[in-house]
Design a protein around this ligand. Sequence first.
Ligand SMILES: Nc1ncnc2c1ncn2[C@@H]1O[C@H](COP(=O)(O)OP(=O)(O)OP(=O)(O)O)[C@@H](O)[C@H]1O
Ligand SMILES: [Mg+2]
Length: 326
Amino acid sequence: MAKKTAGFDIGNHAVHIALVNKKGLKKVFSEPLPEGAVREGRIVSYEALGDFLKQTCKKRKIRFDDAAVILPAGLCFCRRLSTPVMTHEQLTVNLPYEFRDFITAEKEAYFYDYAVLRVIKDDKDRPSELDLMAAATLKSTISDYKNMFRRAGIKLRTAVPVEMAYTNLLRKSAEDENHCHCIVDLGHTSVRLMMFVGGRFESSHLVEYGCSALDGVIAEALHIDPFIAASYREANHDDCQSLPECINVYQSIAAELQRAIYFVRYNNPDVELEHIHITGGGAKITPLRETLEQTLSVPVLDASEILDVPGVDIEFGLSAAGAAMQ
Ligand SMILES: Nc1ncnc2c1ncn2[C@@H]1O[C@H](COP(=O)(O)OP(=O)(O)OP(=O)(O)O)[C@@H](O)[C@H]1O
Ligand SMILES: [Mg+2]
């Protein structure tokens, strides 16, 4: 039987699991997390979450051979950098110095990894520079994740930053050097914009509020409890997603994204931004999507334009699928 890998994206609201085999993505599962299990992207109890993952896989009958997980942005540093052409051994020695301005503990406390995106040649066509995507994460983070998955009875094969997960997907579809993919993840507690040029990660921007910010405004407008407002929001009860108070929130998100896009365009004048792709639960909120389209003046496309598998809700599993394809 073909080997199956499960990609895990543990969000603030739900865990998204993408099942992938050699031929590609097969299925996506999403399961809401217990209240308070993840706060600001960080797992509160690795033991409790390990038990939850075990129960979820059993309950949903999710079967696979090994797993890949996305590391939250707060627990790993990821950056593009260029170095002179060098060997793997030389890179291993040099990478810790490239992260010295970011890391806080001793450099020996971190794992470092990299992927070569491009070998840049000089005017005599000789390799001169390496264009790299590099990441650093605490060794203790990797052992926390390994232990959590072991507790769930899952063999963790790899852990990657989200930028790398998307790179795995986009590299294959990057038609030309200047083609720009802009992915906007409309999440629960934040919105994250990520730009990829020619399939390579370029930059990201974080808006520090997401769909859950709507609960307070719906609660206030309708004089209900914020907890009930959350269920109203998800079900679009009485079309509450179109309340003027909600539209204000969509407009603030759109204005922040617009600033980030201007900035990228300013730094990369050759880059053509033809459209953006939206993922995350917020992609299901039609007035949010319409506000983005009006404010950003670019077409807003579904995540399925990047990876389309009939019958699969890809807005919840795009990054998890990319992680599993590592
Ligand atoms: N069908 C839907 N209609 C409206 N809202 C939805 C729908 N499905 C999910 N949501 C909401 O979208 C939000 C984001 O969901 P998502 O699953 O992307 O969160 P997450 O990945 O856990 O969050 P984050 O990426 O911020 O950690 C949640 O607040 C969720 O309630
Ligand atoms: Mg998410």
